[in-house]
Design a protein around this ligand. Structure first.
Ligand code: NAD
Ligand code: MN
Length: 361
């Protein structure tokens, strides 16, 4: 029997609603696999906690998390707490402290869904975005000057270290080497951003020479955003800085069925620290409390978690069960054009996991 400890942080808004389904996925995996046990501790660190304690997590919060094998996150954020507090005091410290320098975001049109891109089908929409996750544009260096004068200004520094840039690009090449198309697309803006982006491009070229089997394209971020729509079939592994990767993946989610369909992993490849798995969407205050959030992004994130833990077949089981439910088309939340509740879609997927695994045994 293999044991894994999981720290679950449901968060705010629809976070707890989709997490509830995710925790059921974990129980279903235990039941179907037979050789895996999860011990799950749930932490109430969210904006509500902040309003009570003036911090997003206890002082020893990061130390508490360090001992877990993995962290599962729902989503964080409420209108009452400014986003720079909720994100900067919870999600970013976790990503940085645990050196989760890879943010892995598959963009894949599952069978049973149509893309809003009219002429694209499943084989056209199957790539993966590797987002740098610890530095870049998300740095807290800079500040405000001359406040309350006409000369007021805000300065935001971007931090690109050689170490941080090389390791994410290297990871992306290694991933590309394992894929069929062996193609890497790097996002840049070296025509507009003076220091960091030429630096980024040079490192892409250096690392590319170590991976001769992979074809490299370097595209400006604005053009690349357009290619997501016009020629996504030419994308295989896309690597981008923290901000570029963030923006590109909400766009990526939109072309494969929306934010409710998009999972992610914040990964420490060396496994020196826990990795964290979460949907890429936020707390969706516009639909929170109605029980209609799509749980697929959260459930699929658990599939990614299983792959990270060495159980690739469990990721396949999760994804193929989601696909079967979508193909049948009987159950769907409103974002998928259906009328069902979060738990109904979750239940349908878990029932399908049972059926699919019986067929294969
Ligand atoms: P959002 O992702 O919460 O919502 C954007 C749109 O997508 C909304 O219309 C929402 O209803 C829809 N949506 C998102 N997830 C869905 C799901 N599972 N099912 C159906 N529809 C879904 O982004 P936002 O509105 O920009 O941000 C809201 C809050 O979430 C903010 O406080 C923001 O800071 C926070 N946020 C948190 C994270 C995170 O926890 N990692 C990520 C992004 C945003
Ligand atoms: Mn985002």
């Amino acid at each position: 029997m293999q044991h894994f400890s999981i720290a679950a942080i449901p968060g705010d808004g629809i976070g707890p609603e989709v997490m509830k389904e995710g925790l059921k996925t974990l129980r279903k995996i235990e039941e179907l696999h037979g050789g895996i046990r999860f011990s799950i501790d749930v932490f109430d660190w969210n904006c509500h906690y902040y309003l009570k304690h003036h911090r997003m997590m206890p002082e020893n919060g990061l130390n508490t998390l360090r001992d877990y094998d993995v962290i599962l996150l729902g989503a964080i954020g409420t209108p009452e707490v400014p986003d720079h507090i909720s994100v900067w005091e919870l999600i970013l410290p976790i990503r940085r402290t645990f050196q989760q320098y890879i943010n892995l975001r598959p963009i894949k049109l599952l069978k049973g869904l149509e893309s809003p891109l009219r002429y694209k089908n499943h084989s056209d929409l199957d790539f993966i975005v590797v987002r740098e996750n610890t530095e870049g544009e998300y740095s807290n260096m800079g500040g405000r000057l001359h406040e309350n004068t006409p000369y007021e200004m805000a300065v935001q520094n971007n931090v690109f270290t050689r170490y941080g840039t090389e390791r994410v690009i290297n990871y992306a090449y290694q991933l590309a080497e394992k894929r069929k198309a062996k193609r890497l697309t790097a996002a840049t803006k070296s025509n507009g951003i003076n220091h960091s982006m030429p630096f980024w491009d040079e490192i892409v070229k250096e690392v590319s020479s170590l991976h001769p089997s992979v074809q490299t394209d370097i595209y400006h971020i604005d053009a690349l955003a357009a290619y997501f729509i016009t020629r996504p079939e030419q994308l295989d592994v896309v690597v981008g800085s923290n901000l570029f990767g963030d923006i590109l993946t909400d766009l990526g989610a939109a072309i494969v069925g929306g934010l409710g369909m998009a999972p992610s992993g914040n990964i420490n490849p060396e496994k020196a620290y826990p990795s964290m798995f979460e949907p890429i969407h936020g707390s969706a205050p516009d639909i929170a409390g109605k029980g209609i959030a799509n749980p697929i992004a959260q459930i699929w994130s658990i599939g990614l978690m299983m792959e990270h833990l060495g159980f690739e077949e469990m990721n396949h089981l999760v994804v193929s069960s989601i696909e079967e439910v979508l193909i049948e088309g009987m159950i769907g939340t409103p974002d998928l054009g259906g009328k069902n509740k979060t738990f109904e879609l979750g239940d349908a997927i878990h029932k399908k996991m049972q059926e699919v695994s019986v067929q294969h045994n």
